[in-house]
Design a protein around this ligand. Structure first.
Ligand code: C2E
Ligand code: CA
Ligand code: CA
Ligand code: CA
Length: 278
């Protein structure tokens, strides 16, 4: 009926307005987030599957805003990306992460890697390499302790530029990880075209690894393929011993997930490193 159509229309418009309002509020608040110290970098341990020792951590950003509350990076990173705020925010994450890594590398006698996420706009920023170089130097951290995690989105576009940027990072001994493997359409062709060191299998595949035979086969195949290409494999979102066991039987190298720890403040990582293993 006509009334129904009207209601639907009204409802839809209201939803859309809420979306726009929310988006504007996020954007407005995000401008002040860095200056107001609302951003925090948490770290989630990366665990060697066979020895259960901590071999690194991924830096994960958190935003606590007095008006909007706790906002998930899945919601605010795209806003930061669209507004360009990701450049100063990303530099903040790198600077924080490398400062902590200097401590952790010093504390620990064997390799420790910090993994930092890079969004497309950051990767296209021509000051990125210089900034990373400065931060590594300022903290006396060799490039070999840093791994940049990039998704397919980062690799779309000018092959020439991407290739030379990756080569420069490679020469600095910085690792490159393909993040969210399995969720995009072109991961395989990118794996062939660029010099990755690590493949991170997306959490959505690990989730049902012991329930869904298709997911298990895909994960097994991804691990075998990555190893065939000489890449290290990290499984994201490992929550149970059963999942870890399945990954271990396939010789997956590294696990990250709530089974070991959720993302935590840096002091927690320091404490974990004293013990060294899970
Ligand atoms: P991601 O890079 O795929 O990071 C892994 C996400 O999985 C993180 O969500 C982490 O907290 C979550 N996770 C880890 N283990 C488990 C588990 O066992 N179970 C469950 N349910 N979740 C787990 P988070 O921290 O909310 O980050 C979401 C996304 O936001 C990240 O996905 C990444 O794409 C982006 N992000 C976070 N920090 C940064 C940053 O500093 N820069 C950029 N460019 N992106 C970031
Ligand atoms: Ca990541
Ligand atoms: Ca993921
Ligand atoms: Ca490499």
């Amino acid at each position: 009926s006509k009334a129904q159509g009207c209601n639907t229309c009204h409802f839809f418009t209201k939803e859309m307005n809420m979306g726009v309002t929310r988006r504007l509020a996020l954007e407005e608040q995000l401008h002040g987030a860095l200056g107001n110290s609302e951003l925090e970098v948490l770290y989630q341990p990366l665990v060697d599957i066979h020895s259960r020792s901590i071999i690194g951590a991924e830096a994960l950003l958190r935003w606590h805003n007095p008006t909007l509350g706790e906002i998930s990076p899945d919601e605010f990173i795209p806003v930061a990306e669209q507004t360009g705020l990701i450049i100063p925010i990303g530099e903040y994450v790198l600077a924080q992460a490398l400062e902590k890594t200097a401590q952790w590398v010093h504390q620990r006698q064997w390799p420790f890697k910090i993994a930092v996420n890079l969004s497309p706009r950051q990767f296209r920023d021509e000051r990125l390499v210089t900034f990373i170089e400065q931060q590594l130097q300022a903290n006396s951290v060799p490039g070999s302790h840093l791994e940049l995690e990039i998704t397919e989105g980062v690799l779309m576009g000018d092959h020439g530029y991407i290739n030379s940027a990756l080569e420069t990072l490679c020469r600095m001994d910085i690792g490159i990880a393909m993040d969210d493997f399995g969720t995009g359409y072109s991961s395989l062709s990118y794996l062939r075209s660029y010099p990755f060191d690590t493949l991170k299998i997306d959490r959505s595949f690990i989730n049902d690894i012991n329930v869904d035979p298709a997911d298990r086969e895909l994960v097994n195949a991804a691990i075998a393929m990555a190893h065939g290409l000489g890449l290290k494999v990290v499984a994201e979102g490992v929550e149970t011993e059963e999942q870890l066991e399945s990954l271990a039987t396939q010789y997956c190298d590294v696990a990250q997930g709530y089974l070991f720890s959720k993302p935590v403040p840096p002091e927690e990582i320091s404490r974990m490193l004293i013990k060294g293993r899970f």
